[in-house]
Each structure stands twice: as C-alpha cells, then as structure tokens.
Design a protein around this ligand. Sequence first.
Ligand SMILES: [Zn+2]
Length: 185
Amino acid sequence: MSQLEQILTHNRHFVENKVYEQFKAERYPRKKLVIVTCMDTRLTELLPRALDLKNGDAKVLKTAGALISQPYGSIMRSVLVGITKLKAREILVIGHHDCGMVGLTAEPVLDDLADRGITEADIASVNEAGVSVDKWLCGCENVETGVMESVQLIQNHPLVPEDVLVHGLVIHPETGELTLIHDGR
Ligand SMILES: [Zn+2]
C-alpha cells in the first residue's frame, strides 16, 4: 500500500501545528559544508546526529555508495553549485560499512529488472545510447576505495578550485563512529 495518504495527513498536522518553526534555517550552509554520502536508510537521522549537524548546517547529497560515477553528472554539478553559489568551503565524502554498493555487479540488478518486465532489447537500447549498462550498475570494491574514488574525482575535477578541502570518511551504520581515511587539509 502506498504511504502517500498517511504522509499527506501527517503533513497537514505538521503545518497546522507549526512544527516547522524549530527547523528554521538559511539557504546557505552555516558550516560551509557539502556532504556526499550514501542513501542508506540507517543514515537518515544517524549521520546528522553523529556529526552534530542541524537543519541549515550543510548541503547533503545522497547517492548509492557515496559514489560519484560521472564527472559531469548531476551529483558533481550539485557539488559545484554548493561550493560556488552556496559558498561551501569543505566537502566530506562519507561512505559506510555494510554498504550495498560494495561488490555490487550489474547481474543481480538486471535479473531483478528482467523479473519485472525489462527485456534484453530495453537493455540493448541503453548500451546503444552509449552507456555500458554493466559498468554503470557496478558498485565499488570496498568502502574505502569507493570513498577515495569520489574524493579524487572531486579533487581532480577541472572546475573545482584548489581552496576547497575534500575529506574522505567512513561511518559505522549502527554506532555512527567516523573513521577518517583522507584528510584534505
Ligand atoms: Zn550504502
């Protein structure tokens, strides 16, 4: 069953009771931070709490595995908007232990899609459009290499100024403990 009805009911109460007042913030990130992290559900509340981030402190970009697969895709564009228009000075790439993107290959994803009606011809049409589906659907070898690939992609990007600091970290999805793997200072 869709969650939509419950969400809309909750939302009416949220607005009527002015619950939003406690979340008031500016559009510019107060801590001048951009965070690139994974979409893992365990991190939704845990990550901001573990980093002491309140509403308004940081721009948070989520992508599976915190992997930026394309230098000119929408995640990288968001990073660039964050460090220019929105005045962020520091970027944290945060992967996590027990991430579904570690060791992911295209095969199980394509099997799932086949069960739901996606045909060989559909997949071939994507390959013909110039995207290697097998490569595009791959995750990372381990969490550290995945984080470092994203860190390096940002650091070496021709449009990222040198005064931007890019750090790499890994968060534990249960305890919230951070491990620093690259200090960008
Ligand atoms: Zn993940």
